[in-house]
Design a protein around this ligand. Structure first.
Ligand code: DSN
Length: 432
C-alpha cells in the first residue's frame, strides 16, 4: 500500500511527463525514442550505466532551481537549509565509502574535476606524468588536444608490449627520475587492468611528486570493494565521476587528504566553477547511499565476473583483446587483428544488432581516432539490468557473428532480433 507521500510523488512525476508531452512534442518524442532505444538493446560502452530511478527523480527535482555558491554553512545566497543537508550527506557518504579524509562533490563532470586538481596544485609549465591516451589514459591526462595538455608539461608513460601490454613501471621510474614531475597521474579510460598503486606511490615518493588517481571508470567497483582503492595507498588525490559504475548523476568528486582540503575546495569554487548543480549533488548523495548498502558489493563483483566471462568467451572465439583479457569491467577488442575491419565498421555493425559500444584506439594505433583499430566493451550497464554469465556467453557469440558478417544485412537482422528478444527479459531501471 503506497504511503501518501509516495502517491504524491507518483502524481507529480506523471504530471511533469504529461506536461512535457503536451508542450514540446518534438523533445518528448526524442525522449521516448531514447527510452525505447535503451530498453531494446544492450549497452556495452564501459563508461555508461543506467542511473538509479531515485537518481533520475533527484535530477528532475526542484533542487535544479537553487543557486548555492560556496560550501555548507558558508554560502553566498540564502535559502540553503536543504542544500546544506544534501551536500553534507554526499560528502560524508563519499568519505565513508572510500576511506578519504575530505570529499568535494561539486565538480560538474570528469574534465572539470581533474582540471580543478591541476589548477589547485600546479603552475603553468609544471611537469606532470600521465598515461598516454592510446595506451589507456584519458584526454584530461595531458592529451595534446586538451587545454590541460597545453598548459602543463606532460610526459606520457606507456604500456609494454613485451609484458602483455601492462604498464611499464621500469620506464615510468626512469621517466620520473629524468623529468622530476610535480604530479604523477594514474587512471584510465581504456586500460583493462587493475592498477598497482603501491608502485606508483613508491615512484612518486622517490622523486617527491604528488599522486593523483583518476578512477572515474571504476569508482563504483572500488566503492563495492571489488577493486583496489588508491586511498588505501596514501594517494594525495583520488578523482571519480559519479555516473559510470556508481550509477549516479553525471558529475565528479575529488577525494583528498585534509591538508589539501582548502586548496581543492577553492579551486573548484570560486576558482573554476560557479554555482554547483544541487540537483546533481542530491543525486550523488543518493547513489553514494546505495553504494553503502551490502548488495552493492554483489553488483560490483558481478560486473567483474561478467567482464571475465565475456572476455573468456571472446578469446575462445579467436578474438584478440588488448593485454589478453581484463581485470576490471572493460576490454579492448582489436578488430583489425581479429576480423580485418576497423573499429568504426565494428561499432556500426554492432549498432545494427542493438549492441552499443564505442570505437577505440589501441596502444600506438597506426589508425586515426575516428577510424581506430579497436572497440571498447564493458559490463556495468548490462550487469545493472541483471544480465550474468549465460547472457555474457551469448553476447560474445552475437558480437563475433556480427563482426564476421558485418556486410550481411540479413545475418545482422537475425542477430538484432535475438539481442532484442533477450533484452526484453531484462528491464531497464527507471523505464522498465
Ligand atoms: N567519455 C568517458 C569514457 O568513455 O571513458 C571518459 O571521459
Amino acid at each position: 500500500m503506497p504511503t501518501s507521500s509516495e502517491d504524491a510523488a507518483h502524481q507529480s512525476a506523471q504530471r511533469n511527463r504529461v506536461l512535457l508531452a503536451a508542450s514540446d512534442a518534438q523533445i518528448y518524442a526524442a525522449l521516448a525514442g531514447e527510452e525505447a532505444r535503451q530498453r531494446a538493446g544492450i549497452e556495452l560502452i564501459p563508461s555508461e550505466n543506467y542511473a538509479y530511478p531515485e537518481v533520475l527523480a533527484a535530477l528532475g527535482s526542484v533542487f535544479t532551481n537553487k543557486y548555492a555558491e560556496g560550501y555548507p554553512g558558508r554560502r553566498y545566497y540564502g535559502g540553503q537549509e536543504y542544500t546544506d543537508v544534501i551536500e553534507r550527506t554526499a560528502r560524508s557518504r563519499a568519505r565513508k565509502l572510500f576511506g578519504a579524509e575530505h570529499a568535494n562533490v561539486q565538480p560538474l563532470s570528469g574534465a572539470p574535476m581533474n582540471a580543478a586538481v591541476y589548477f589547485a596544485m600546479l603552475e603553468p609549465g609544471d611537469t606532470v606524468l600521465g598515461m598516454d591516451l592510446s595506451h589507456g589514459g584519458h584526454l584530461t591526462h595531458g592529451a595534446p588536444v586538451s587545454h590541460m595538455g597545453a598548459l602543463y608539461h606532460w610526459i606520457r608513460y606507456k604500456t609494454d608490449p613485451g609484458n602483455a601490454g601492462r604498464i611499464d613501471f621500469d620506464a615510468l621510474r626512469e621517466l620520473a627520475r629524468t623529468h622530476r614531475p610535480k604530479l604523477i597521474v594514474c587512471g584510465y579510460s581504456s586500460y583493462p587492468r587493475d592498477y598497482d598503486y603501491a608502485q606508483f606511490k613508491a615512484i612518486a615518493d622517490d622523486v617527491g611528486a604528488l599522486t593523483m588517481a583518476d578512477v572515474s571508470h571504476i569508482g563504483g567497483l572500488i566503492a563495492g570493494g571489488a577493486m583496489r582503492n588508491p586511498c588505501d595507498y596514501g594517494f594525495d588525490f583520488v578523482t571519480t565521476t559519479t555516473h559510470k559504475s556508481l550509477r549516479g548523476p553525471r558529475g565528479g568528486m575529488i577525494l583528498c587528504k585534509n591538508s589539501f582540503r582548502r586548496d581543492i575546495d577553492r579551486s573548484v569554487f570560486p576558482g573554476l566553477q560557479g554555482g554547483p548543480h544541487m540537483n546533481q549533488v542530491a543525486a550523488t548523495a543518493i547513489a553514494l547511499g546505495k553504494a553503502l548498502q551490502p548488495e552493492f558489493k554483489d553488483y560490483a563483483r558481478q560486473v567483474l565476473d561478467n567482464a571475465k566471462t565475456l572476455a573468456a568467451a571472446l578469446l575462445d572465439k579467436q578474438a584478440t583483446l588488448v593485454t589478453g583479457g581484463t581485470d576490471n569491467h572493460m576490454m579492448v577488442l582489436d578488430c583489425v587483428q581479429s576480423f580485418g575491419i576497423d573499429g568504426r565498421v565494428a561499432e556500426e555493425a554492432l549498432d545494427k544488432i542493438s549492441i552499443t559500444c564505442n570505437k577505440q584506439v589501441i596502444p600506438d594505433d597506426p589508425k586515426p581516432p575516428l577510424r581506430p583499430s579497436g572497440i571498447r566493451l564493458g559490463t556495468p550497464a548490462a550487469t545493472t539490468r541483471g544480465m550474468a554469465g549465460v547472457e555474457m556467453e551469448r553476447l560474445a557469440g552475437w558480437i563475433v557473428d556480427a563482426l564476421r558478417h558485418h556486410a550481411d544485412e540479413a545475418a545482422l537482422a537475425r542477430l538484432k532480433g535475438e539481442v532484442e528478444e533477450v533484452c526484453s527479459q531484462f528491464p531497464v531501471p527507471g523505464i522498465g
